[in-house]
Design a protein. Sequence first.
Length: 337
Amino acid sequence: MDYPLVRMRRLRKNANIRDIVRETKLNKEDLIYPIYFKEGLKKGQKEEISTMPGQYRYSIEDGVAYAKELEAKGLKSIILFGIPKEETKDEIGSPAFDDEGIVQNAIRALKKETDLIVIADVCLCEYTSHGHCGLIRTYDKGDINDDTDDGIKILNDASLKYLVKTAVSQAKAGADVIAPSDMMDGRVQAIRQALDEEGFFDVMIISYSAKYASSFYAPFREAACSTPGLGNRKSYQMDPANSREAVRECELDLIEGADMLMVKPALPYLDIIKTIKEEFSLPLVSYNVSGEYSMIMAAIEKGYLTEESIMESLLSIKRAGSDLIISYFTPYLLDNL
Ligand code: PBG
């Protein structure tokens, strides 16, 4: 059968009909809100992030109050990033695993004041003086041991110890979920083992499994003050050209004990989301990153796009196969879903 017996437009005739045949729906519980806590800010001192209109760095009091507001609108989970005092940053990212660190204190306050699922991002880049996600070694020009292209090596195994310390310290503070975003090999296994040894059997791990070396993180680095001082992240984050490699990364994280997988960024990687969803039965999270937010916000501000582009973008991430979406658009979506 074909036209004129078949008419696809019958199923699009009016809003009620479109409502009943809609294949994909975004729900409030699909959303995870990323929030930045900055050490040293006083109550009422929230700082707007210049590259991300409408997003702020919060003091603990203000961030918790905002999280409560979002919870009242239907939010279920939140992911935390911390910005320590500049002068406390060092080579190994010590403020990341300080039991009285900014994220640890924010976790405790959120657990006390809300019922939100608290996810702690585990990484060193916001806490190291050099801005890399692990420990580094630099080479002088002409060093025969230098096999890098930029004279800087991010040390895998030496970094694991500090990532593990960070995860354990966050779990002690009450984090429900640990989300390692550093892309060191073996970190999921190392973190799972340490959590279990400390008795945190029930603390989940959402691994940033397929995390690409993306230019779309630029606004985040401004937000979190974590732009690397030298070199780039291409020797540990994935090459945007690869998709089979994403499957291998996810396989390893699954074997190492991840409870959920993640693809990051989302919009430029919808094909990866679809592939991972088809290959694995773990819940899949996508990170609609800072650059995806800022790009749409800038276009809306300029009048090139309308707000409808927000819902459409988020829906396409869901349609590609994501179960959960980390997005800065969460407050907007909670108001508009
Ligand atoms: C830390 C981390 C980054 C993001 C989340 N965790 C930045 C990076 O890897 O450079 C990016 C989030 C965003 O862009 O919204 N490693």
